[in-house]
Design a protein around this ligand. Sequence first.
Ligand SMILES: Cc1ncc(COP(=O)(O)O)c(C=O)c1O
Length: 384
Amino acid sequence: MEQPIYLDNAATTALDAEVLNAMLPYMQQHFGNPSSAYSLGRNVKSAIEEARKNIGTILGVKPSTLIFTSGGTESNNMAIAMAVNELRCTHIITSPIEHHAVLHTVEHYAHSRNITFSYVKLTESGEVDYANLEMQLSTQSKLGKKCLVTLMHANNEIGSLLDISLVGKLCKANDALFHSDCVQTIGHYPINLKECGVHFASATGHKFHGPKGTGLLYVSEEIKAYPLIFGGGQERKLRAGTENVSGIIGFAKALELATANYAQDSQYIAQLNQLMRKQLAAAVPGVSFNNPENSLYTVLSVCFPLSEQSDFLVTLFDMKGVCVSGGSACSSGDGGSHVMKAIGKAGACATLRFSFSKYTTEAEITRAVEITASLLQKKEVSAV
Ligand SMILES: Cc1ncc(COP(=O)(O)O)c(C=O)c1O
């Protein structure tokens, strides 16, 4: 079967061959348990610590502040659980466009514990209203509540970017803890976590050509870390269970490659994004874009005029050999994307997210635009 045109790199990315090569020895000859006392185990433990050290250097933090997890979901859960269960946060400020790994965790603790939460106001284009955040922080602080602010560094659907350093400063001024879901940015931008002023940051390997099931939680040395998973003494007793050794090695290698090639890859991907935007604007009457000006270069969120095909676009693209994500199911009334709803665009158009990687080619973009134009050349229906 022909390989599909893969334009869903914000969902996951292909494993880099170099990453696979770095991982394979840790599935075969270096298979020892890192907790074992003999050298077959101790050497593996050393490799994990070497990976942690290299990641710490890239992210500008001490290796001891990094906990390996199973991915972004676990890291987000762990940070929020720590803040609520152990660090005495009684109010959470978040946004309605966070990933469900944050939103559902916040809702869980709000229902099961005596804590409150609120959403920060967003601008029309889905960016955080910083004045509103500051106002909410100061109100909660006057009420004597300790706040956790959990705001994503970049939104996975529309690409909006957070001024993470500004939020870090606002949190510091109000004695609040700050968690950022950096799943769409770590591995895509040079980030110094220490300078950002975050207390917690989440990352996942599979968004930047690393293996699935590998993640990271940064916990600032300013605060004491607590486990979410109990058992053995792995990860300094912060995350029990035999380590995903090859995954950790792969995560570190993928981050190393992403960092070394950042200038070249980011420029290339941004240019593909621009190309698709230009070609779609020329080929599809009435098309518009959901990305705010300050946006992830990897993501293009497109608003197509409603048509008979609107509800089935992802399937129709799949039948033509193109992998894309739907943003909102528009006329079907099934609710659709919580992000599009939060920015008031649900139902107004048919949203598709195209997202790119270093492996995407110009020819694939051009072909995907041709397919888009042919799929949309059907009678338009009015908005619901
Ligand atoms: C912004 C964001 N946060 C969290 C996650 C969850 O990450 P993982 O799949 O590694 O659990 C994703 C993945 O889609 C994401 O895009």
